[in-house]
Design a protein around this ligand. Structure first.
Ligand code: NAG
Ligand code: NAG
Length: 199
């Protein structure tokens, strides 16, 4: 029982962290001085949410990513960034909703279009739940009644009052404790497997 609770907890943890996406800024062209598609039109084709990540690819040492204010974005001011990344493979994770402003830190690059605004959406599930499905019968056929065309020999003629001459012997009292022991060992096995999974 306890291991089942642990399993459910692990599954829920996996599910809650499953839905953050990585976006490669500029697609395969990366973070460059003369993007063939403006970064803001690239951003307009995507939906960004809290915990999603932007990945900027560029040549390390020749460029950088600056997180700036709206005013510095508009004026391409590289002098006072909020954040600065220079490693060539810069990962930025959104920790709130709202607008984020990025410009290149390399001289002249921002003025040549190496700048990006991303507006992060507030919630992941804004879609209202769909109306309840109409009460139609399901498409798949209902389970066939027990009149199987291939009677198995095991379920041979079920005579009513199934052979009263051989009543089931009372179960020995040890079997109950055996069952308990096997449950415990199953739980232990599950826990050990979980432990190995979680490293
Ligand atoms: C690095 O930047 C310099 C100066 O901006 C430029 O001349 C050079 O072509 C760049 N190198 C690469 C590999 O982009
Ligand atoms: C988001 O991260 C920035 C920079 O690390 C930080 O200054 C800011 O307070 C954070 N915002 C929230 C809502 O956590």
């Amino acid at each position: 029982m306890g291991s089942a609770v642990v399993l459910v907890g692990v599954l829920m943890a996996l599910m809650s962290s499953c839905c953050a996406y990585d976006f490669y800024v500029g697609g395969r062209h990366g973070w460059v001085k003369h993007p063939c598609e403006s970064y803001n039109s690239w951003a307009g084709r995507n939906r960004f949410r809290v915990h999603d990540r932007l990945i900027f690819k560029y040549k390390q040492g020749n460029d950088s990513v600056l997180v700036v204010t709206e005013a510095d974005y508009n004026s391409c001011n590289v002098a006072d960034p909020i954040g600065c990344y220079t490693d060539g493979n810069s990962v930025f994770q959104f920790n709130r909703s709202g607008p984020f402003y990025f410009i290149s830190g390399a001289a002249g690059h921002c003025a040549h279009g190496q700048k990006l605004i991303v507006v992060v959406l507030a919630t992941r599930n804004p879609i209202p739940s769909p109306p309840p499905a109409p009460a139609e019968p399901p498409y798949w056929p209902p389970p066939t009644p027990s009149l199987s065309p291939y009677p198995s020999p095991a379920s041979a003629p079920s005579t009513p009052g199934n052979s009263p001459s051989t009543p089931l012997p009372p179960r020995p009292s040890s079997s109950a404790s055996d069952l308990a022991v096997s449950k415990v060992s199953l739980g232990l096995t599950l826990l050990m497997a979980l432990g190995r999974l979680l490293g």
